[in-house]
Design a protein around this ligand. Sequence first.
Ligand code: PEP
Length: 234
Amino acid sequence: MRKLIIGNWKLNPLTISETQKLASKINTFSIHDVVICPPTLFISSVQYPILGAQDCFWENKGAHTGEVSPLALKKLGVKYCLVGHSERRNNGETELEIRKKIESLLSVKIIPVLCVGFGTTVEEDDLEVTDVLRGQLTSALKGLEASPVVVAYEPVWAISSGNSYNHKTATPDHAEKIAMFIETKFSVKRVLYGGSVNSTNAKSFLGQSHIAGLLVGGASLLPGDFNKIINTSL
Ligand code: PEP
């Protein structure tokens, strides 16, 4: 079964030419569906079959200095957009803003990738996690047709926790239980895992039946690693 693998490049690279160079090294042929999310400034310069954005505003037009319109992203050919990444929540993004962004994206037919998760240590147990996630998911999805929305479960302590050889991830078993919880309680069809995924551990998550794919940060900037991830056979 094809999984969905999303590369989140964050603020990297810093120039158009470096961004194009990086994109040209990512295989366009994969056994999975692959999305890359370059910095917004460079989306229109990148050639890749499926492009995503890392964030957007909730209004399409108007007096909103510095914001990014979902409709403008749609016109650029963007198919997916991350919403509620923990790095944005840390900068003060609220549940209400996240909800409004999801509604706007759905209205222009861009698939929202809602990021949920929390915690500072590996010690959080499944019940504690589902309690927090229930709040985040209810506020983001209640009353909406949730099935087009992709949800990425990212324990905050696992994000960018190291390099390819030194990292902390959730256990595949914990990630699978949480994916099942999100799928069944919130009618979400695709739940991804994210948090220090690399070419060595990708298979252990992709092999879980309720994990529909991966959200990859650091390793998506390393073409060798990312090309292995996107061609992980199950
Ligand atoms: C992320 O930024 O969503 C992420 C999962 O990053 P990393 O893979 O570097 O932990």
